[in-house]
Design a binder for this molecule. Structure first.
Ligand SMILES: [Zn+2]
Ligand SMILES: [Zn+2]
Length: 340
């Protein structure tokens, strides 16, 4: 099979690897769609000297495809099944695995981190990680479910948006735009904030009632103006930008709730006084637990969210260099690899 590697310094190479052979409870999935994630860019941009053993690990953790081989003890999936793949492998029996939070398993292995990921023709996974894709959902939907859509969904469930709420969504990359669609479907009024004009336009198209350029000094004042002076009751922060972190805290209404998924800001800028005085409820969110899968599938089918419309660029695997170069500009929608 072919897979890509990031040797560092924004280089991409396509290389031949041996085809994976499934163990007794393992499954091999032939990729049909594998999406590029913002988090893949960390490895792509890293200096070659920092890459170490990671330079030999195939990146990618947003897979969707067809089962092509199963081990002797696999019973719940069969060759030909369409599946998306939960992107952490766990031990299967610790307290976190049993609760569905495989990303907290002490023995976890993440695709594109400890083990070969989805930017390849074939992916080796465990039977329990294979999540069946219902007929109403596409391979692109499945790739979104693997990371971005489930991240947005599990974050919004912590905020419980409804028709009573205005929600400010900071950062309108694919996770933020999934959040726009979903918060709107849950009934909330959405205000989108980003520094990239193209992304503000996308947010409007997918349901944001108002948008605010994120580099303006008056983001907080604009949010207050749009909410009768009170500020939004809810905020979803996906950018990882330190200014956005502070804007969330400053803009939220008294008693408001915010959830943060954007890593990246390391400055300690948090205004604790505002958090205490306004009695804010602030939460972190990360990879969705695997148990949310069926709930998310029902939600996507019921609301027919056009996740595929978030895809702006499609590439074959051999065009990976160009795909990553474009994704690196951070001006695109979703960039995907596609197989016929
Ligand atoms: Zn991802
Ligand atoms: Zn475990």
């Amino acid at each position: 099979m072919r897979g890509i590697l990031f040797p560092g310094d924004r280089r991409v190479v396509v290389r031949e690897f041996p085809d994976p052979v499934p163990g007794p409870r393992q499954v091999v999935v032939r990729m049909r769609v594998a999406a590029v994630c913002g988090s893949d860019l960390h490895g792509y941009r890293a200096r070659a000297a920092e890459r170490g053993a990671q330079a030999e690990i195939i990146p990618g953790h947003e897979p969707c495809g067809d089962v092509v081989a199963v081990g002797s003890e696999v019973h719940s999936v069969k060759v030909g099944d369409r599946v998306t793949v939960y992107h952490y492998l766990g031990c299967g029996h610790c307290r976190y695995c049993l609760a569905g939070f495989i990303q907290w398993c002490p023995e976890r292995k993440g695709y594109g981190g400890a083990i070969h990921g989805s930017d390849a023709d074939l992916l080796l996974t465990n039977e329990i990680n294979c999540l069946p894709l219902p007929p109403g959902l596409s391979y692109i939907d499945g790739a979104f479910i693997a990371c971005q859509a489930s991240t947005a969904y599990s974050s919004l469930l912590k905020l419980e948006p409804s028709g009573r709420d205005t929600i400010a969504i900071f950062g309108l990359g694919p996770v933020g735009l999934c959040g726009v669609m979903m918060a709107r479907a849950m009934g909330a009024r959405v205000v989108g904030i980003d520094v990239v004009p193209e992304r503000l336009e996308l947010a409007r198209r997918f349901g944001a009632e108002e948008v605010i350029p994120g580099d303006r000094a008056d983001v907080v004042a604009r949010l207050r103006d749009l909410t009768g002076g009170e500020g939004p009751r809810l905020a979803f922060e996906t950018s990882g930008n330190a200014l956005a972190h502070q804007n969330v805290i400053d803009a939220l209404a008294k008693g408001g709730k915010g959830v943060f998924v954007g890593f990246g800001a390391h400055e300690k800028t948090v205004n604790l006084t505002a958090i205490i005085g306004k009695q804010l409820i602030l939460m972190g969110s990360f990879v969705a637990p695997i148990y949310l899968y069926w709930d998310l599938v029902d939600f996507l089918l019921r609301h027919r969210l056009p996740l595929a419309d978030l895809v702006t660029h499609r590439f074959a695997l051999e065009e990976a260099e160009e795909a990553l170069r474009l994704a690196d500009t951070a001006r695109t929608g979703k960039v995907i690899f596609e197989w016929p």
